[in-house]
Each structure stands twice: as C-alpha cells, then as structure tokens.
Design a binder for this molecule. Structure first.
Ligand SMILES: Nc1ncnc2c1ncn2[C@@H]1O[C@H](COP(=O)(O)OP(=O)(O)OP(=O)(O)O)[C@@H](O)[C@H]1O
Ligand SMILES: [Mg+2]
Length: 381
C-alpha cells in the first residue's frame, strides 16, 4: 500500500546511509519509523477489511459474535483452510457462506458437500470424480466436487464423518493440491479453497484415534468456533424478531411481535438446538398466534417443568427413563432428525433409531405432537 518514506529528512538520511549500510547498522530512529509505518499499514488494512465486509443475514451483536465476524472478515481475504466448529444449529453454514462471500472468489463457484450423508465409495467419487468403468454403473467419466469448485470454495460439512481412506486422500490434496479421479491415474490440479465444518470436537476425535492428526492441522489452519446460542443471550430477541418477520411474511399472517411473557420465555430457555431451534419455535408460534403478538403458550419450549409427562425425580427415576427423556427432548430440539439428535447425544444414528423403536418414538418431535420423522436432513447441496 503506502510505500512512501514517512519524512523527507529521514528519506534523505536513509539514502545517505545506503552506501554504508553494508558496513554499519541503520540508525535506530529510522527502524522505529519503519515499524511505526508497518503498524499503521496494518491498522489501515484492518479498518478497510472490516468496512468492506458484509454480513447481511447474520444477527450477532454479542461480543463473542462480533469477535467471530471480525475474524471471518480477516480470514475471508486469504486462501487459508478454515475449520468451523460449533454445536448443531449454531450457524456454521452461514459463517462458511460469509467466508466465501467476503473473499475474492465470491464470483466463482461455492460448492458444498455433506460428508455424513454418503457411503464411503460414493463419497470418494463425489469428491474426486470417477473415470468411465471405475465401478459397476460408472458408464461415463464424472467430475467431482473439487473440480466443480475450481477457482472457488468447497465446504466439506460434517467433516468428522469422513472415513479413514478418504481422510488420506483429502490430506494429499491439502498438501500437494493434487488428486486423482476414482479409477484413474491422471493427477489433477485445481485451485480450491477448502472450508470444513463440524459439530463434534475434531480434536477430541484425534485423541480417540478416529481422525488423523495431520489432517486436523491441515484443516484447522484457522479454526473458528461458533458459540452456542445460550452463550450469547443478547442475540436471542433480535434473532427471534428477524425470524418472526420472515415467518409472518412467508405465511402471510399479521403477527408483529412478542408479548413480554413470550420474550421472557425465549430468554429463559437453554436452546439445545441453538439458532435452528429458535427459528423453528418462532415459525411454529407465528402460525399458531392468536393475536398480533406471539404469546408464551404458543412457543414450543419443552422443559422438565413445563412438560408434565416428564416430571423426573432424582433419585427415583430409572436410567432407561432418563435416556428416553434425553432422546425425546433432543429430537424435539432438532425437529425430529435422528441424525442430528445422534450427533448432539454423541451416539451413532443407528443407536438412536434402535432406541426410538424401543421406546416407541418412531415419530414425534415438536411440541410433543406425533409427526413424521424428518429423514431428509442429509441434503448434500
Ligand atoms: N447468527 C445468525 N443470524 C441469522 N440466522 C442464523 C444465525 N445463525 C444461524 N442462523 C440460521 O439458523 C439456521 C441454522 O444455521 P446453520 O444451518 O448455519 O447451522 P449449522 O451450525 O450448520 O447446523 P448443523 O450443525 O446442524 O448443520 C439457518 O436457517 C440459519 O440461517
Ligand atoms: Mg450445517
């Protein structure tokens, strides 16, 4: 940016000393001036980056969110690989999109892949593409997501779920920027910036030996942690208001706000399903609102106190009852998605499905009503 010498006098002094700079150190004052100039350059660059960044859809005035958005603005301008971690529903995809939108690649493709939704063999060919005849049914060559994202950004969502064999291939790409299509020998090179998202602690998976440490460090060149909603209470009402406005518009109802009691209930709730749960709860309440203000009874917030079915007494309750309670409440918070509930509870999806059958929870989520379970949450695009 600013390459000028700070003062004419110093500039002359610099020039005068140039001839002898090989034999004696530059004067200290000039060193100081230069470091001042560098600091000023960084300060102005930071100001410029922050003033240019746009976070239209993101609500977040809590200091932890402000700090996160500042880091997003800084990191967006680079091509650093970023690992975005946070509980389910905290807004990781929104942060990933903001990284792409605020980067020089914004006009280029933004490609997403949910790594949890595909079987190992399909995932490999989805990422890297395959050659004709690579496997039964591969009737023609197909390019993968890396190729599609050339020049742009690739978000690998739920990265914790990729199997070991693909971890190796991903590591190779991150180290050498090279990969091969499944069934092919030709090394391909693409210019792709990789973002990864996880709602499980990848470092803990590394410690358990379930995720490669070298890959972790390659992915987490920069790590952004999205805080849970309960840790940023001042964002709850502004988020709820934004969701209320959207839901009222989409459903064409004249609902304009919340009663005091409803606001208090929103503030007092722990939001295990984070922003997504808040969004669902508000939409539910807007649809059921009996006046232009949403009132507390319309908010589907289930707690042991408000849900008489679950008056759990300790001691007195069995482990099975506790487990059933944990599964039911978690399913409710994630709109009935077994995959998401499994992640929050730290067990496999199969375990959740088994327990749901065992406890007669094959369907039923929000507001305690029996509804069909959402099997369609593993969209990969
Ligand atoms: N700060 C925010 N401001 C506005 N909307 C938000 C914010 N955070 C999240 N949302 C909304 O909440 C919903 C969930 O966010 P998102 O899908 O990004 O979560 P996630 O962390 O990727 O969840 P998961 O781990 O379950 O995939 C989305 O509809 C998103 O638009
Ligand atoms: Mg997500």
């Amino acid at each position: 940016m600013d390459q000028h010498k700070p003062q004419g006098g110093e500039s002359l002094a610099d020039r005068a000393s140039e001839a002898s700079s090989l034999v004696r150190p530059r004067p200290r004052v000039s060193e100081r001036a230069r470091s001042h100039q560098r600091a000023e350059h960084f300060r102005r660059r930071a100001e410029e980056i922050l003033s240019l960044a746009t976070f239209d859809a993101i609500v977040g005035s809590h200091p932890s969110m402000q700090d996160l958005l500042k880091r997003v603005a800084y990191v967006a301008a680079t091509r650093a690989t970023v690992l975005i971690q946070g509980e389910s529903g905290t807004g990781k995809e929104l942060i990933a999109a903001a990284l792409h939108q605020n980067s020089k690649r914004r006009e280029r493709p933004y490609v997403r892949l949910n790594c949890a939704s595909l079987a190992e063999s399909v995932l490999e060919s989805e990422l890297f593409g395959h050659e004709k005849g690579a496997f039964t049914g591969a009737t023609m060559r197909r390019e993968g997501r890396f190729k599609q994202a050339d020049g742009g950004t690739l978000l690998l969502d739920e990265i914790s779920e990729i199997p070991a064999s693909i971890q190796v291939k991903l590591l190779r790409f991150l180290q050498e920027r090279e990969f091969e299509r499944v069934g092919g020998n030709e090394s391909l090179r693409v210019d792709v910036r990789v973002l990864a998202a996880a709602n499980r602690d990848l470092k803990a998976l590394v410690r358990e030996g379930r995720f490669r440490e070298d890959l972790y460090y390659r992915l987490a060149v920069v790590r952004l942690d999205v805080p849970p909603l309960r840790a940023r209470p001042c964002d709850i009402i502004p988020l709820a208001q934004q969701f209320l406005k959207q839901a009222a518009q989409e459903n064409e109802v004249e609902v304009t706000g919340f009663t005091r009691a409803a606001e208090r209930a929103l503030m007092n709730y722990a939001w295990p399903g984070n922003v997504r749960e808040l969004q669902n709860a508000v939409e539910h309440a807007v649809i059921l609102a009996e006046s232009e203000l949403v009132d507390e009874p319309q908010l589907p917030l289930q707690t042991p106190e408000t849900n008489s079915q679950w008056q759990l007494m300790i001691p007195g309750v069995t482990l099975a009852e506790l487990e059933r309670y944990a599964i039911t409440e978690t399913l409710r918070a994630v709109s009935g998605s077994p995959a998401k509930a499994a992640k929050l509870l730290g067990v496999s999806r199969r375990t959740i499905q088994y327990r749901m059958r065992e406890y007669g929870l094959s369907a039923g989520t929000r507001g305690g009503a029996l509804e069909s379970v959402d099997h369609d949450d593993d969209d990969d695009d």
